[in-house]
Structures are given as structure tokens and as C-alpha cells.
Design a protein around this ligand. Structure first.
Ligand code: NAP
Ligand code: MG
Length: 497
């Protein structure tokens, strides 16, 4: 087995953050930057150096109340609610241009804050700009319908925004997840409160600072940073929040759904996964192995669509495993700003410990653990790790690990591949590798997954394709032609003439 390259682990030309270590970044409420009322702050830590980047405010209930009140005022204000939809389009377009112009700075901040390689965060910023550009087209195309009626009536429907939308999201791609929520929410005329993850709030804070250039009415976009259990909890239980759009873990997602019953908030949930990569014997095995490795190692495996269960047709199991191990061994763990780096650190110490715990559990459960090299002790790096000789009922095969760890299982027939692929609580994504069109389409049709990639992996649309999960991977879809359903109410107007 070759040894994993650790050559780029040394600190490498680290760019500076626009936030200095002694500054405390406030909350963004009603167009103003304000400190948290209770004066509490959170330290933002760079997981590569494990040094504090800066501090930001930890919002409490009173701050969240202020933000919700500001968003409600903005929602009712004619400068937002009565505006020509074309003006709303222009605002969204300007946000897209803004992100494009500041892409390097925003990508840098995310790489500093959560350790993603700069190539990945640069890609994410281009994607964020594309998402806002996609939704800039929507405001002028939100139609109601005229319903058939007798001559004494005029019956029609209107599509109207919910009101105040809370967007709560995770640390692995903060602005990307924000854009999937904020762009459709604003396009449909809602107002917003953004709550990024405590481990990676800086890009959202800088985005909000930059928004001044767009001149949205104050209170249309607000940011409350803070702890999930406090700021997040206050938002998702607030009686004047109409909708929560959430990206994060299965556990918190279920909690948000339960909390929504106090005022029947509308809820969209984008949760975790344990997605199968299914490789048939007739596939281009080299391409499949390369994609399978990227599928669970990109972003150091901290991706909701990570292909962390690799199912291989038995007759090519040995050949494919060797190809996959070769791909894994070419990973470069290193500083996120080093051009050669393909994998940064885990985003935080607590997450590093959680993933390491799963690798230990794999050994206890009897799996054979194939990995490359030992990252330096004390660092938050983890090498690509393949679990073989596993059974589908092991916890490490059933639970989302969210690190560079995949389990490999053989199968004999397409039926067995589908059954194994679906034998899990999740259903976010899957990929199928075969040269046989019939197999590809039949398997794609039978997999319980919100997205199925065929002979490719991880390609995301900037708005045209629906994204979300079957089963316990979520509720609802982001993007797609039906996205309006997720951000508007339908009103029937019955007029007696
Ligand atoms: P998480 O713990 O669920 O946190 C997500 C967000 O929820 C954070 O902003 C968090 O704040 C907040 N939060 C925590 N407790 C809360 C509460 N009681 N009420 C309201 N908000 C609360 O998720 P994570 O572990 O950071 O992220 C990884 C998970 O996200 C994985 O399961 C992954 O699969 C999933 N994910 C899904 C997608 C998708 O599109 N399907 C994309 C990316 C990630 P704090 O950070 O301050 O605790
Ligand atoms: Mg951080």
C-alpha cells in the first residue's frame, strides 16, 4: 500500500481574514450591526492552525425577537411588499454580481473557517452566484391561475409569500446552503433571518456586510449568529416565524419539525445521507473508482451527498478495490490554501473526535480498516479510510459518519444492489456506474434517493434540478420548477360580479 501524501501539511501562504482577532462581529438586524444584548461572544477557530480567527456575537432570545420583529416590519413595508417584481429581480441579480466580485474573499473566509480546500470553496462561490442569478429570473414569472366559473363570478389564485423565513444551515458549505434558501425566499417576496452554524459563521457575516452595496430595504435580510441550542432554538420556536428552511443533521431536523407545531410553521428539511455508489462489472471501472474516491473524500467527507456506501458487483470487487485504493492513496492532505491539497482538516475538534470514534467503532464491529498514513498527532486531519469485510447491519455502514470514511460491500445482481442501496433510513443521493442503459434506468427508477447520478457523481444544478431527500433525508425539495410551492401560499379569490 502506498503512503498517503502529507507533504503539504505545513502552513502555506495563509491569507489574512478581513476580521481581525480582537474584533467582535455583531448581529445584523434591521440593516444595523448591533452587539448581542447579553454581551456574549463565540470564538471562530481555524481548524487548520487551531487558532482563533475572530469573535462574533452569540444571539439570545431577545436578539432573535429583535430580528424577527425587523423582518416582520420589512415584510409589511411597501418598499418591499408592494415593489415591482422586476425591481426584486434586479436586487437578486445584483446579489449574484456581488458574490461574483467578492468570490475570492468569501472563498478564503470559508477555507479559513472550516478548512475546505480553496479550490472547493472557490467553486462553491461561483455556484452561489449562479444560484442567485437563476432566481433573479423568478420574480417576474410567479403566476396565479384563472379558474373556470359561471358568468357571475371571477375566480383566480394568487401566489403570496409566507412572510418571515428563518434559514438555518450547517458549516460544510455555509454560503452555498444559504443561497439555496435565501434566493428563492427573496425571489418570492419573503423576508429573511439567516442563522449560520457556530463553526463557520464568518462568510455569512461578510456577505451581510457586502449586501449594503445592493441597497435592499433594511430588515429584508437579517443575521443572528449564535449557538444552535439558543439562537437556533429561539428562531425555530418563534411564533412570528412563518417558515424554517433547514440544512443540517437528522436529529436537529426532526426537532425542528416537532417544534414547528406551535404555529404550524412551514418546514423544508435538507438532512443527512449515507448514499450508495453502485458499480456494475461492465462499468468504466477507472472512472467509477476516481468518482467513488472523490465521492467520499471531497471536503474530507463532510458532504451531505457523500457516497459513503460503495456497492460493487462481486466479479470486479478485487479489481475495483485496488483501483479505489490507488485513488485514495493519491489524496493530498494539506493546508487548504496549498494548490496541491485535496483534503483539509475536519472542521472542528469535536467533529474530528466524532469521526475518529467511528473508525474505532468499525474495528470493534469487526470491519477491516484500510487507510493511508497517520496525520500528525494533535492535528484535525483524517486520511481516506475504506471499511471492508463489513455487513450492512453494522452501525458504521448504517450511520452517517460525515468524514472520509466509506464502507465497501459486494453484490451479485441488480436486484440485490437496489435492495442493499435502499436498506437504510436515508435517501438523499446515489450513483450508478454501468455501460448498460437498461440497467442504469431501471436501477435509477428503483433507488429511494432524491438524486441519482448515472456515470457521474455530485454534479449540482444552480436551480433547475430539484434537490432533497427521500425518507429520513428530509422533507421537501430545494430548486426545480416547483420551488415556488416551498416559499409561497396559494390564495383563492372568489369575486361575485
Ligand atoms: P446540525 O448540528 O444539525 O446543525 C445545523 C444548524 O442547526 C446549525 O446552524 C446549528 O447551529 C443549528 N442548530 C443546532 N441545534 C439547533 C436547535 N435546537 N434549533 C435550531 N437550530 C439548531 O448539523 P451539523 O452537524 O452542523 O451539519 C452536518 C449535517 O448537515 C450532516 O448530517 C449533513 O448531512 C447535513 N447536511 C445536509 C445537507 C443537505 O442539503 N441535505 C447539506 C449539508 C449538510 P450550531 O452550529 O450553532 O449548533
Ligand atoms: Mg471555524
Amino acid at each position: 500500500m502506498t503512503t498517503l501524501s502529507l507533504r503539504a501539511l505545513e502552513t502555506y501562504e495563509r491569507p489574512t481574514s478581513p476580521f481581525s482577532p480582537d474584533r467582535v462581529q455583531g448581529l445584523y438586524i434591521a440593516g444595523e450591526w448591533v452587539p448581542a444584548r447579553a454581551g456574549r461572544n463565540i470564538e471562530s477557530v481555524d481548524p487548520t492552525t487551531q487558532k482563533v480567527i475572530t469573535k462574533f456575537s452569540a444571539a439570545g432570545i431577545e436578539d432573535v425577537n429583535d430580528a424577527v420583529a425587523a423582518a416582520r416590519r420589512a415584510f409589511l413595508d411597501p418598499s418591499w411588499s408592494d415593489i415591482d417584481p422586476d425591481v426584486r429581480s434586479q436586487w437578486l441579480w445584483r446579489i449574484a454580481e456581488l458574490v461574483k466580485r467578492h468570490a475570492e474573499e468569501l472563498a478564503t473566509l470559508e477555507s479559513l473557517d472550516m478548512g475546505g480546500p480553496i479550490g472547493l470553496t472557490r467553486w462553491m462561490m461561483q455556484h452561489v452566484a449562479e444560484v442567485f442569478r437563476h432566481y433573479a429570473g423568478w420574480p417576474t414569472k410567479i403566476y396565479g391561475q384563472t379558474a373556470p366559473s359561471d358568468a357571475a363570478h371571477l375566480n383566480y389564485t394568487l401566489r403570496q409569500p409566507h412572510g418571515v423565513v428563518a434559514a438555518v444551515y450547517a458549516w460544510n458549505g455555509p454560503l452555498l446552503q444559504m443561497s439555496y434558501k435565501a434566493a428563492p425566499a427573496l425571489a418570492t417576496g419573503n423576508t429573511l433571518i439567516l442563522k449560520p452554524a457556530e463553526q463557520a459563521s464568518l462568510s455569512t457575516l461578510r456577505f451581510a456586510e457586502l449586501l449594503a452595496e445592493v441597497e435592499l430595504p433594511p430588515g429584508v435580510v437579517n443575521v443572528v449568529t449564535g449557538l444552535g441550542a439558543e439562537a437556533g432554538e429561539a428562531l425555530v420556536t418563534h411564533l412570528d416565524v412563518n417558515k424554517v428552511s433547514f440544512t443540517g443533521s437528522h436529529g436537529v431536523g426532526g426537532h425542528i419539525l416537532a417544534a414547528s407545531t406551535n404555529n404550524l410553521k412551514r418546514v423544508t428539511l435538507e438532512l443527512g445521507g449515507k448514499s450508495p455508489t453502485i458499480v456494475f462489472a461492465d462499468a468504466d471501472l477507472e472512472a467509477a473508482a476516481a468518482a467513488a474516491a472523490v465521492g467520499f473524500c471531497a471536503g474530507s467527507g463532510q458532504g451531505c451527498v457523500a457516497g459513503s456506501r460503495i456497492l460493487v458487483q462481486r466479479e470486479v470487487e478485487k479489481e475495483f478495490t485496488d483501483l479505489l485504493l490507488a485513488q485514495m492513496s493519491s489524496a493530498v492532505l494539506g493546508d487548504p490554501f496549498h494548490a496541491e491539497t485535496t483534503m483539509g482538516p475536519m472542521a472542528s475538534r469535536s467533529h474530528f473526535e466524532r469521526v475518529s470514534g467511528y473508525v474505532a467503532l468499525a474495528r470493534e464491529e469487526g470491519a477491516r480498516v484500510l487507510t493511508f498514513g497517520e496525520p500528525p498527532g494533535g492535528s484535525l486531519y483524517l486520511a481516506p479510510t475504506l471499511l471492508v469485510d463489513v455487513t450492512n447491519n453494522m452501525r458504521v455502514v448504517q450511520e452517517e459518519i460525515f468524514g472520509p470514511v466509506a464502507a465497501l460491500l459486494p453484490f451479485d445482481t441488480a436486484e440485490e444492489a437496489v435492495a442493499l442501496g435502499n436498506d437504510i433510513i436515508y435517501g438523499l443521493a446515489a450513483s450508478v456506474w454501468t455501460r448498460d442503459l437498461t440497467t442504469a434506468h431501471l436501477v435509477a427508477a428503483r433507488l429511494e434517493a432524491g438524486t441519482v447520478w448515472v456515470n457521474t457523481y455530485g454534479e449540482m444544478s444552480a436551480g433547475s434540478m430539484p434537490f432533497g431527500g427521500f425518507k429520513q433525508s428530509g422533507i421537501g425539495r430545494e430548486h426545480g420548477v416547483n420551488v415556488l410551492d416551498a416559499y409561497t401560499e396559494t390564495k383563492s379569490v372568489v369575486v361575485r360580479l
